[in-house]
Every structure is written in structure tokens, then in C-alpha cells.
Design a binder for this molecule. Structure first.
Ligand code: ATP
Ligand code: MG
Ligand code: FE
Length: 338
């Protein structure tokens, strides 16, 4: 099976060619970060326009780099949601045209299922497993009892982790996206500033990061108002420690409660060095195998969409050609059994 996969849910235009849901023949990612950087975040209208400008070229490049031709494709997969509706539409229109022209099936794919199945491109997922999804828009614990069966057991009640990182970075006047900058400061700091942890109810797998974000902003404002020097690195470290401790503790509690054989870390924040280190240590001491994709497959890319779409191709679960973009697409509803 050869899948041509398209991802345009946010600010990356990406097209990949995947064999058997596991082997990357090509994975071209064109990021718009430089364009959005000066606005301090993604501007939806600009994102859509840039996708329109680059999609055709990126498709050509991905096909060329795969060493195959369009005639070799078995199906076209595309991110159906969640994401920015105008951005999603560009990929969907391109994918539908290809599916129609080549007379092959269309597979509308869930973006977060993609982040999770990025792991299948480099590891072998075993079930039941627990996925900790940490990205710009999501912070979730997802139980997969079987292949392609997604059950949401916890989610953020306010900010996503990546979002909190970006907001804290912005308050420190660091460039967008701020996650990597905070990470660098945190890892390099000897000192730390103690900040609150949001555990919520004792049995809850939900998360909350807005209180922590407010605590960080309060420290910044108070220090500035008093005309004192702000140890930004110590603050970054304190923030990272709070985020990491809550994520690691809840993820491992979920792994044990649900008898998961593996913990999968995924999404853009999976690149975070503090989180990786703490999870690696805790999983080793608990004897839990930890799967993390390489950084290039943690941030948005079409290869992960191809990996997830294989679940549907295998079961011949295809989308109609009148498929719509779904900005609030539910992950559980995309399960292969529903
Ligand atoms: P979603 O997948 O929820 O729709 P998204 O696709 O925009 O959101 P990703 O591309 O998965 O998000 O991840 C981007 C986020 O990851 C940004 O918020 C960015 O700051 C964060 N990020 C990237 N690297 C790091 C890092 N090293 N430490 C912390 N955060 C990071
Ligand atoms: Mg992005
Ligand atoms: Fe993403």
C-alpha cells in the first residue's frame, strides 16, 4: 500500500509518501514559521494563502523524492481536522482533486491520531498503550486498547502545554514559537523558582496550565515593577519543572491504572528536553517502555498523517468526496470501530 498524505492544518504545508503505514519514502515539510514570527503567532488568513501558494509544488516534490509516480499511489490521505478551517480546506481540496483524478480512495484523517501514529514510523506500537499528546493546541492522555481505538481519559481544561510555553515565552520577549527557547533557558539554568503544580482532583487525568501561566506572569510583573533583575532562566526552569512533574506523574499513573504496555509521547512539545529526560527516567524506574518519535516527526508533518491513514486503508474505511473540514474533529469518533 502506498499512501500520499497531505497535512495543512496549521502553519506547515506538508506532503509525504508512505509505504505500508511504516516506511517513509518522502516527507516534505514547508514551514511558515518565519512568516508568522513577526506577528507572534499564526495568522489564519496568511496561513491559508501560503498553503495555496505552496501545495502544488510540495506535492510534486514529495512524489519526486519518493522515486514513484502518482500512478503508484493506492490512496490519498489528508488531515480533516482539528485545525484552522481555512488551512484545512486547502489540503482537502488538493487531496480530493488527486483522489478524483487518479480514481483512488480518499482518507480524511485525524490530526492527533497522526501525532500518535508518528510512533509507528519508527517503533512497533503494542496494545493496550497510553499516549501523552502534548502539542500547540492539545494536551491529552489517550488510551488505545486496540489498534485504531482511541479513548480520551484526560485533557487540558484551559491552555495546551505548547500554548502555555508560547505565552510565557512571549512575556519574556522571546521569539515565536517560544517552546524551544524556554526549554533552552530551563535546561541551562542551575537555579530555579518554585511555582505551583495544578493536580486538580485526586483521581483526575485532566490538566490545567493557566494558573501556572498566571503565576509566571505575576513573577515577571512584580520583578519589573520593583525594578529588580529577573532571572529568566530560573523562571523558565521553574515553569518547565512544574509542567513536567504534572505531565509525568499523571501519565505514569494512567499507564499503571489501565495496564498499558507502552507510553507514547507525541506532539510538538515532545521535543522538550526537560520532559523527555524526566519521562525517560520515570519510565525506566517503573519498567515502562517509552516511545518517542524523532523531533522531525513530533512537529506537524504529513508522514504521521499517512501512518494514521493506514489504519483506515487496511479496513477499507474511506471518506466520501464531499468530505468536509472539521475544525473541532473528535478523536474518539475517528476510531476504526465507530
Ligand atoms: P495541534 O497539533 O494541537 O493542532 P500544533 O500542530 O500547532 O498543534 P505542534 O506543531 O505539534 O502543534 O507543536 C508546536 C508547539 O510545540 C508550539 O507550541 C511550540 O512552542 C512547542 N514546542 C516545540 N518545541 C518545544 C520544546 N523544545 N519545548 C517546549 N515546547 C516546544
Ligand atoms: Mg506548527
Ligand atoms: Fe500538530
Amino acid at each position: 500500500d502506498i499512501i500520499l498524505a497531505v497535512e495543512t492544518s496549521c502553519d506547515e504545508t506538508s506532503v509525504a509518501v508512505i509505504r505500508g503505514g511504516k516506511h517513509i519514502l518522502s516527507n516534505v515539510v514547508s514551514s511558515q514559521i518565519e512568516i508568522h514570527e513577526r506577528f507572534g503567532g499564526v495568522v489564519p488568513e496568511i496561513a491559508s494563502r501560503k498553503h495555496v501558494e505552496s501545495i502544488t509544488l510540495i506535492i510534486e516534490q514529495a512524489v519526486k523524492e519518493s522515486g514513484l509516480t502518482l500512478k503508484d499511489m493506492s490512496a490519498v490521505a489528508v488531515t480533516q481536522g482539528p485545525g484552522l478551517v481555512g488551512a484545512l480546506l486547502v489540503g482537502i481540496v488538493a487531496a480530493k482533486s488527486l483522489a478524483m483524478a487518479l480514481d483512488i480512495p480518499l482518507i480524511g484523517t485525524h490530526h492527533i491520531a497522526g501525532h500518535i501514529y508518528a510512533n509507528e514510523l519508527v517503533h512497533n506500537i503494542e496494545y493496550p498503550c497510553m499516549a501523552l499528546v502534548v502539542s500547540g493546541g492539545h494536551t491529552e492522555l489517550v488510551l488505545l486498547e486496540r489498534e485504531g481505538e482511541f479513548r480520551l481519559i484526560g485533557r487540558t481544561r484551559d491552555d495546551a502545554v505548547g500554548e502555555a510555553y508560547d505565552k510565557v515565552a512571549r512575556a519574556l520577549h522571546l521569539p515565536y514559537p517560544g517552546g524551544p527557547h524556554i526549554d533552552r533557558l530551563a535546561v541551562g539554568s542551575e537555579e530555579t523558582i518554585d511555582l505551583p503544580r495544578a493536580w486538580l482532583e485526586a483521581d483526575s487525568y485532566d490538566f490545567s496550565f493557566s494558573g501556572l501561566k498566571s503565576a509566571v506572569l505575576a513573577v515577571i510583573n512584580q520583578t519589573r515593577m520593583k525594578g529588580l533583575h529577573l532571572n529568566e532562566a530560573a523562571l523558565a526552569r521553574g515553569f518547565q519543572e512544574s509542567v513536567t512533574e504534572v505531565l509525568v506523574t499523571k501519565a505514569l499513573r494512567a499507564v499503571h491504572q489501565y495496564g498499558a504496555k507502552q507510553l507514547l509521547l507525541c506532539g510538538g512539545v515532545a521535543a522538550n528536553r526537560g520532559l523527555r529526560a524526566a519521562l525517560t527516567e520515570r519510565c525506566e524506574s517503573d519498567g515502562v517502555p517509552l516511545l518517542i518519535p524523532p523531533n522531525s516527526l513530533c512537529t506537524d508533518n504529513a508522514a504521521m498523517i499517512g501512518a494514521a491513514a493506514q489504519l483506515k486503508l487496511k479496513r477499507k474505511q474511506f471518506s466520501d468526496l464531499d468530505m468536509k473540514a472539521d475544525p473541532g474533529f473528535s478523536l474518539e469518533s475517528w476510531s476504526v470501530g465507530s
